[in-house]
Design a protein around this ligand. Structure first.
Ligand code: CO8
Length: 258
C-alpha cells in the first residue's frame, strides 16, 4: 500500500520504514499515526527485522505535531494520546525485532517512538529529549512509562522535568541508545545488526523478545516461569531441530521460521 507520510523498503527479510514529513521535521500528526498503524497491521510476512528511521538528514521525528495539538480539548487530547500510545504498543509487541536508527531529532513523540523499538542506535548528530512540559503537556505516547524503564527514574525525571535536549553521546552514556555512529554509517550499521539477527532462528528471537518484554513486568518467579514455558516451546519448533542438527553435523543452519 502507498502511504503519504511513510516510505517503505524491503531488502531480503529486512524492512525499512521511514517517517517522511519534511515540512515539519517528520512530526507525527494523526494521519501519520494512522498510516503507521496500518503499516504495522499489514507488515509484510517476509519481514524478519524492521528498521524505523526518519527521512532526511536532520530529524528522526521532532515530536507529535504541535500545530495539530494546539487546539485540542481534554477529550481530544486523550484520544490523540491514545492513538499514539496504541500504535507504539503495537510496535513494541511485534514478533519481529525492531531497530530504531535515530538519524536526528528524536524529541517528545520521536523519543517515545524510538523507545517502543527493541534497540536504538543513533547518529552522532541525533538529539533526544522529552520537552513536553515546556508546552504545557506531559509525554503522552508512553514516555513516562518507557523512559524510566530504560534509563531509571532519576535520569528520566531529570529529562522530563527539565525538558532538556541531550546529545547522542549523553544518550549513550545513560543507556538510551546502544551505539553512536557517524551519520553516513548509521543505516549500514543498522543493516549489519539486522543481518546478524537474520542468521538466527526467527521463532526463537520472537520468543526471547516475548520473554524479555513480558518478564520485565513480572516478579522473579513469574519471569523465570515464563522463560521456562517459552524455552519449552522452542522444542516444538523445526528451527530448534534444524539449529541443533546443523551444529552436530558441522553445517550452517537453514532456518525456516517454523
Ligand atoms: N510539530 C509541528 N511542527 C514542527 C514540529 C512539531 N513537533 N517540530 C518542528 N516543526 C516544524 C516547525 O514549526 C517548522 O515549520 P515552519 O518551517 O513552517 O516554520 C519546521 O518544522 C522546521 O522547524 P524549525 O524551523 O523549528 O527548525 P530548527 O532547526 O530551527 O529547530 C527543532 C528544530 C529544535 C526540532 C524545533 O523545530 C523544535 O523545537 N520542534 C519542536 C520539538 C518538540 O517540542 N517536540 C515535542 C512535541 S510534543 C510531543 O511530542 C508530545 C507527544 C505526546 C503527545 C500526546 C498528545 C496528547
Amino acid at each position: 500500500m502507498d502511504y503519504q507520510f511513510l516510505k517503505v523498503e524491503h531488502n531480503g527479510g529486512i524492512t525499512v520504514m521511514k517517517v517522511s514529513a519534511p515540512k515539519s521535521l517528520n512530526a507525527l500528526n494523526s494521519t501519520i499515526l494512522k498510516e503507521m498503524d496500518d503499516f504495522i497491521d499489514h507488515l509484510d510476512k517476509a519481514t524478519r527485522v524492521l528498521i524505523i528511521t526518519g527521512d532526511g538528514e536532520k530529524s528522526f521525528v521532532a515530536g507529535a505535531d504541535i500545530s495539530e495539538m494546539a487546539h485540542l480539548n481534554e477529550q481530544e487530547g486523550f484520544e490523540f494520546g491514545r492513538l499514539g500510545a496504541q500504535v507504539f504498543r503495537k510496535i513494541e509487541l511485534l514478533p519481529t525485532p525492531v531497530i530504531a536508527a535515530v538519524n536526528g531529532f528524536a524529541l517528545g513523540g520521536g523519543c517515545e517512538l524510538a523507545m517502543s523499538c527493541d534497540i536504538r542506535i543513533a547518529s552522532s548528530k541525533a538529539k533526544f529529549g522529552q520537552p513536553e512540559v515546556g508546552l504545557g503537556i506531559i509525554p503522552g505516547f508512553s514516555g513516562t512509562h518507557r523512559l524510566p524503564k530504560l534509563i531509571g527514574q532519576g535520569y528520566a525525571k531529570e529529562m522530563i522535568y527539565t525538558g532538556k535536549v541531550i546529545r547522542a553521546d549523553e544518550a549513550l552514556r545513560i543507556g538510551l541508545v546502544n551505539a553512536v555512529y557517524e551519520p553516513e554509517e548509521l543505516m549500514d550499521k543498522a543493516m549489519e545488526m539486522a543481518q546478524l539477527m537474520l542468521k538466527n532462528a526467527p521463532v526463537a528471537i520472537s520468543l526471547a523478545k516475548q520473554s524479555i518484554n513480558e518478564g520485565h513486568d513480572l516478579d522473579a518467579d513469574g519471569a523465570i516461569g515464563l522463560e521456562n514455558k517459552l524455552f519449552g516451546k522452542c522444542f516444538a519448533t523445526r528451527d530448534q531441530k534444524e539449529g541443533m542438527d546443523a551444529f552436530l553435523n558441522k553445517r550452517k543452519a537453514d532456518f525456516q521460521g517454523e
